[in-house]
Design a protein around this ligand. Structure first.
Ligand SMILES: Nc1ncnc2c1ncn2[C@@H]1O[C@H](COP(=O)(O)OP(=O)(O)OP(=O)(O)O)[C@@H](O)[C@H]1O
Length: 223
């Protein structure tokens, strides 16, 4: 689904990520941990072709991202739902329109019933007409998750989705991500929250990737 072959990345100031080879199998559940500034967001950006590796190869759905045309990149990204760290909503549009935005950008029209089902699934059906600035942190994260899955992606990438949430809301969001994984989606979550990882491991066979000394390694059973 997503494969890295000897991937390195640098922003121009020395190598941030080096010699990374790994494979995220279809339907797998992974966490990505590492100190602040280690390169977790950068790694996620490589996973959805927002960045291209400075050396090595990133394969998305068996195709090398470096060989993809702009149109191919756009099509590939529709198969990958991303929950960004800062959510980024259009504040003048209601929540429902924000969640539907990826459909509009792709020139597709979704069924109103599907949108209602999706908002109900994340527990935001009563806030469909609310504007983003009036939402709580947990509501924003659930809206961001709904927006990430509205195109029916095969892969969900989430960057610190529980960063500013209390424990109950973190668990609620985790439950949604576990449900998506049980539906067959591949899930990768960047997080600092070791309690969240422990909790997830009691629900799904999650594996933990850790960035240390520029490498991404599979963490042992110490979590
Ligand atoms: N566009 C950019 N140009 C130059 N340097 C960048 C850019 N984006 C990120 N960096 C640097 O790359 C390093 C890794 O950043 P990244 O955001 O990937 O780390 P992170 O592990 O996600 O951090 P955090 O846990 O704090 O979110 C940091 O030192 C950051 O300052």
């Amino acid at each position: 689904m997503i494969a890295f072959e000897n991937v390195a990345y640098n922003y121009g100031g020395g190598e941030l990520l080096s010699d990374i080879s790994l494979r995220l199998a279809p339907g797998s559940f992974h966490f990505l941990t590492g100190p602040s500034g280690a390169g977790k967001t950068t790694f996620l950006k490589l996973c959805y072709a927002e960045l291209l590796p400075t050396s090595g190869h990133v394969m998305l759905f068996d195709r090398d991202v470096q060989g993809l045309s702009r149109d191919d990149v756009a099509l590939t990204r529709r198969r990958i739902g991303v929950v960004h760290q800062d959510c980024q909503f259009l504040d003048h549009l209601p929540l429902s329109a924000n969640v539907e935005l990826p459909l509009a950008v792709a020139g597709r029209q979704g069924a109103a019933a599907d949108l209602a089902d999706l908002l109900a699934w994340v527990g935001l059906d009563r806030l469909a007409h609310a504007r983003p600035p009036s939402l709580s942190g947990g509501e924003r994260q659930r809206a961001a998750l709904a927006r990430a899955v509205i195109m029916g992606p095969d892969v969900i990438l989430a960057d610190e989705p529980t960063g500013n949430l209390d424990w109950d809301m973190s668990l609620r969001l985790l439950t949604l991500l576990v449900e998506l994984n049980r539906m067959g989606k591949t899930v990768l979550i960047a997080t600092h929250d070791l309690n969240l990882i422990r909790q997830a491991k009691s629900q799904v066979p999650a594996r933990v990737l850790r960035i240390a000394r520029r490498r991404v390694q599979l963490a042992g059973a110490d979590l």
